[in-house]
Write a protein that binds this ligand. Sequence first.
Ligand SMILES: *Cc1c(COP(=O)(O)O)cnc(C)c1O
Length: 480
Amino acid sequence: MLYLSTRGHPDRRRFCEILLEGLAPDGGLYLPERYPQVEAATLARWRGVFNGGAPGGYAALAFEVLSLYIDDIPGADLKSLCEKTYTEAVYGTAAIVPLQRLEAGFYLEALSNGPTLAFKDMAMQLLGNLFEYELARRGEQLNILGATSGDTGSAAEYAMRGKQGVRVFMLSPHGRMSPFQQAQMFSLMDENIHNIAIEGVFDDCQDIVKNVSNDLEFKRGYKIGTVNSINWARLLAQVVYYFAGYFQATTDNSQRVSFAVPSGNFGNVCAGHVARQMGLPIAQLVVATNENDVLDEFFRTGVYRVRVSADTFETSSPSMDISKASNFERFVFDLLGRDGARVKALFGDSLHTSGRFELGADPVFTEAASHYGFVSGKSTHADRLATIQDAFARYGVIIDTHTADGVKVAREHLQPGVPMVVLETALPIKFAETIVEALGCQPNRPDRFIGIEDLPKRLRVMPADTAAVQAYIVEHCTRA
Ligand SMILES: *Cc1c(COP(=O)(O)O)cnc(C)c1O
C-alpha cells in the first residue's frame, strides 16, 4: 500500500515513512492510493474475529484492518502491537468499545474508557506503540512538540509516557485548563514527559509550535515531531471501532447502521468515511458540531468558511471548539474525484487568500449526501443541557457535553429500521461543571481518578516566547 498527498504531489510513500511525518511536502494530507475493499466473505469473517467483544477480539479485529494498510511492518510484529495496545487492563472492559442500548435502534458506543477518558486514547495509544517500535528499528529519537487546551495533550502524554526514544514537550495555556485536566497531565512524573505552561492563551501555545516547526534547522537538528490529528496512523486506528460498533449493533451483514459523530477537526468522522469506502454498510454519517459550526455550514450550504480566533466560541464542549477542520481536506479530495490540483486550488489558494471556498453550485456537492452519506446538524449550550437532562430522565445515563451534541443531532436524522450509533467521545467527569449545571449533581468519578487534584505536579511555567521554549528543549534532550 502506497500513500499519496491530497494536493497532487507525485511522490508516493509507505506507511512507516508517513508515520513520523506531518503534512506531505506540498502541504497536503496523506491518504492511501485506494481503499481496500472488504468483501462480504471478509466482513463475515471479521464478525467472527471480533466475536462480540470477547477478550482479544478487538485487538484481533484491529490487526485485520491495519494489515490492509500497513505492509512495511512484519505481520507478527503488527499483531503484537495491536495486542499490547487494546487490552482490558488499559480500557477496563474486554469489549474495549462496548455498545450501550439507550432504546430500540438507538445506541451509544463507548470510546472513552482509555487512560484519559476521551476517545483520542483509541488512536493515541496505538500511535505510542507504533512510534516506539519504528524509532527502535531506525535507532532514532523523536521529540514531540505539541500545544493543547485539554484532551489531545493528555492523550498524547499517556500514550508516550515511558516509551523508549520519545520525549514529549506539551505546551498548555497557564491556568486555563480545568483542574481535572491539569491534574491529569501535571501529575505525570515520567522523565520523558515535559509539561510547559505558557503565560498566555491556547493560540500563543500554537504559535510557538508553528514557529519552532518553521525553524527548519532547529526542527531537523532536534528531531521535532508532532502527534496532531492529521496523522494518518491516528485516523486509521479509528476506522476499527466503526467495524466494532457495526458488529455490535447488528446480527448479520445485510443490515445497515448510521453513526453520529461529535466533530471538530473531522478526524473521527473521516475514519467513518474510510470505513464506509471500504464497504462497511453505513447508511449515514451524521456530523454533529457545537456553536463552532464550520462543518455543519458546509454540509448544509456547500460553503466552507474558516473562522478567525475572534469568531471561534469557547463552549461547554471545548474539544470541538475549532476554527477550521484540519482533516476535512481528506474528504474533499474524495468528493472531487481525487483531483489533487483542484484540492490544492481550494485549500492552498482560496482558503489562504479569502478564508473560504464554495462548492454549493458544483454538481458533486449533492454527492456528499447522496453518495457519501454525510448529513449534519448543530447543537448549542442550551441543547446540551436539555439533552443531558433528557438522557438522564429517560435512560438514567449521564452523558458528557460532546456526546450530548452527538445525541441531539442524531435524533434529527433517525431513519426507520436503521440503527443509530452515537459515538461517546468523553466521560462526563471531564466536564463536570456543565453536568452540575444540567443535573445539579456531580458525575461519577472512576476510582483511579479520585483525589488526583491533590497529587504533586510537575510543570514549568514560561513566558510566551519561542526562544525560551527552544532553550528548554535543548536543555532537556540530547542532540540527535
Ligand atoms: C477531539 C474531540 C472531539 C472532536 O473530534 P475530531 O476528530 O476533532 O472531529 C470530540 N469530542 C471530544 C471529547 C474530543 O476530545
